[in-house]
Design a protein around this ligand. Structure first.
Ligand code: IPD
Ligand code: CA
Length: 338
């Protein structure tokens, strides 16, 4: 079945109005009254929610143009926590642009951004915009075309709108709670996610393509656990591993979430990234039928600020739980500590 919704030659910058439609019965949706009461308790309504989505797309596209026109080689990066955790002038300029646009449009909403975050800052329950101006800064610095602007709105500390835009490929992923998730490509084609409307069976980890990242903490117990699990995922079953199809690292947790939402990647296991890396991808994934549980065994309901994530693509719930339990079993009694 063709899942494509529009196939026009419209310019990419005109995609603000994604064809978000009422939720279909397959989605876990409360009734309309419950939904509007919930939104009203936060000063929101359906129309405003869609305006926010359109504004986030428009701001992400503008931010994307800043990224594609920047030359990181003349804007040297500086280390944050260590030599692998870097920031450029473009990260900061994009965050300022996003902040200024959002606070002028929505002055009563909070703003939490990677480059202005201070350790100890906590997500509020009131409406909050979350911004990662460049997720995949190392890719940006090296010229690898996997970087994204990641923008989300949370209420009650849960993502409700998410937009992830990779300006180098021209992909824009967007999701709105209750209304589904969509990908618009550089060619102007918009498709509902997951890309395949009937997800493939996912009976074991052995059949999965798994996203992992390497982080920038390269010593200590978290590093030992990370690399040991990566090895076990890949190792032959005869030697106690899961023998997954393979592992992939895009260098952007936001894009990893979106690739799981699309169904291109089956799972993404990650500890140590931050709320701005995952907030937008989280709602895009959920609206595509996926789930997010903890990277650590046993926690089926992680918080968006918890820094521990296992994202699983849309599939039957029993299959999703099956691969989660298999991956957790590989960890034994080891846990990330962040
Ligand atoms: C990075 C990406 C990457 C992850 C790193 C993050 P940044 O974010 O999300 O996937 O492995 O730990 O720092 O720094 O490019 O925004
Ligand atoms: Ca970033």
């Amino acid at each position: 079945m063709n899942n494509s919704i529009t196939s026009t030659s419209q310019a990419h910058h005109e995609i603000g109005h994604l064809p978000l439609s009422p939720p279909d019965s397959a989605l876990n949706t409360p009734n309309a009254q419950h939904r509007s009461d919930y939104l009203a308790s936060h000063g929101l309504n359906d129309t405003l929610l869609h305006k926010i989505k359109d504004d986030l797309i428009s701001i992400a596209l503008e931010a994307g143009r800043m990224i594609t026109s920047a030359d990181p080689s003349i804007s040297p990066s500086t280390p944050k926590n260590n030599s692998s955790d870097r920031v450029t002038a473009t990260d900061k300029a994009v965050e300022k642009k996003v902040h200024d646009r959002l606070t002028s449009l929505y002055p009563h909403f909070n703003f939490l951004g990677e480059e202005t975050f201070t350790l100890g800052d906590k997500l509020a329950s009131t409406p909050t915009f979350i911004c990662d101006p460049i997720d995949g800064t190392l890719n940006f610095i090296h010229g690898v075309p996997h970087t994204a602007v990641s923008l989300a709105l949370t209420i009650d500390k849960k993502p409700i709108v998410g937009v992830v835009h990779n300006p180098l490929r021209g992909d824009t992923f967007a999701g709105v709670k209750w209304y589904g998730a969509f990908l618009t490509t550089a060619a102007g084609v918009t498709r509902r996610l997951p890309v395949s409307p009937v997800p493939k069976p996912m009976s074991s980890l052995n059949e999965c393509l798994v996203a992992v990242e390497w982080g920038n903490q390269r010593a200590g117990p978290n590093w030992e656990l990370r690399t040991a699990v990566h090895k076990q995922l890949l190792t032959d079953k005869a030697e106690g591993g899961a023998m997954v199809h393979s592992v992939r690292s895009s260098g952007s947790a936001a894009l990893d979430f979106c690739y799981v939402a699309a169904g291109w990647i089956d799972l993404f296991w990650e500890g140590g990234v931050w709320v701005w890396d995952v907030a937008a991808g989280w709602i895009i994934l959920e609206e595509a039928g996926g789930i997010v549980v903890s990277a650590n065994p046993g926690d089926w309901e992680p918080t968006v600020e918890g820094r521990l994530y296992l994202a699983v693509r849309g599939a039957k719930r029993a299959e999703q739980e099956g691969v989660v339990k298999e991956l957790w079993a590989l960890m034994g009694d080891r846990k990330f500590v962040f």
